[in-house]
Each structure stands twice: as C-alpha cells, then as structure tokens.
Design a protein around this ligand. Structure first.
Ligand SMILES: [Zn+2]
Length: 111
C-alpha cells in the first residue's frame, strides 16, 4: 500500500514542481499496476526511486508480503484487482484517485 500511495504522492509532487518527469494519469496507472506487480516480484526496473528504496539499494531484501510466493493465478487475480481499482474516470485528479474505499479493497486482497 505504501508503494501505491507513494506513486500518487510522487506524481503529485512532481506536478507541483513542474517536474518534466511528471507522469500522465496513464503513466501513473501503469506504474501502479505493472510497476507494483514487478516490484513485488523483486524486479525494480519500472520503479521510481522516490517510491522504491530497492532501486538504489539492491542488497535490501524485499519485505513480505510479496508476490514471490504467489502462483501465476494469484498474481493474475491481483493484477485484475488493481485494474478494477483503476476503473475510474480518467479525468479524476491525482488526489481523488486514492480514497479509503480503494485502500480497503487493496488491503482485503493482500490479507
Ligand atoms: Zn521496486
């Protein structure tokens, strides 16, 4: 969940600072779905360094829960769940993208 929120926070911060790396909503969505899944599989190629400590500290071990012990079916279920979270109108602002209801859905799934 920290990863997920971190992406939103970082995107908001970059936008505020007129950072040329400010992601579009589509890019934010991509990093939050594909990036998060890869991150949980211990592949940090897509990760943003603001969000992921492992990107610059490869010796760190990923803390549980991770997806590494999951089956492909379970990972796919997780992936679909993430996509469901993002079935929001694309025009929603970065801030409203993240609401308690989605956090709850996410946490339930993780549990
Ligand atoms: Zn990562």
């Amino acid at each position: 969940m920290r990863y997920f929120n971190g992406c939103v926070f970082t995107a908001g911060l970059r936008k505020k600072n007129d950072d040329p790396n400010t992601p579009t909503n589509e890019e934010l969505r991509y990093i939050q779905v594909e990036g998060l899944i890869q991150h949980l599989l211990n592949n940090h190629d897509l990760c943003w360094k603001e969000v992921c400590w492992y990107k610059e500290n490869e010796e760190l071990q990923l803390q549980t829960p991770t997806l590494q012990s999951f089956t492909e079916m379970e990972i796919e279920g997780f992936w679909k769940m993430l996509l469901t979270i993002f079935k929001l109108p694309i025009q929603q602002s970065l801030v409203t993208c993240y609401r308690t209801a989605y956090n709850e859905a996410f946490n339930r799934k993780i549990l």
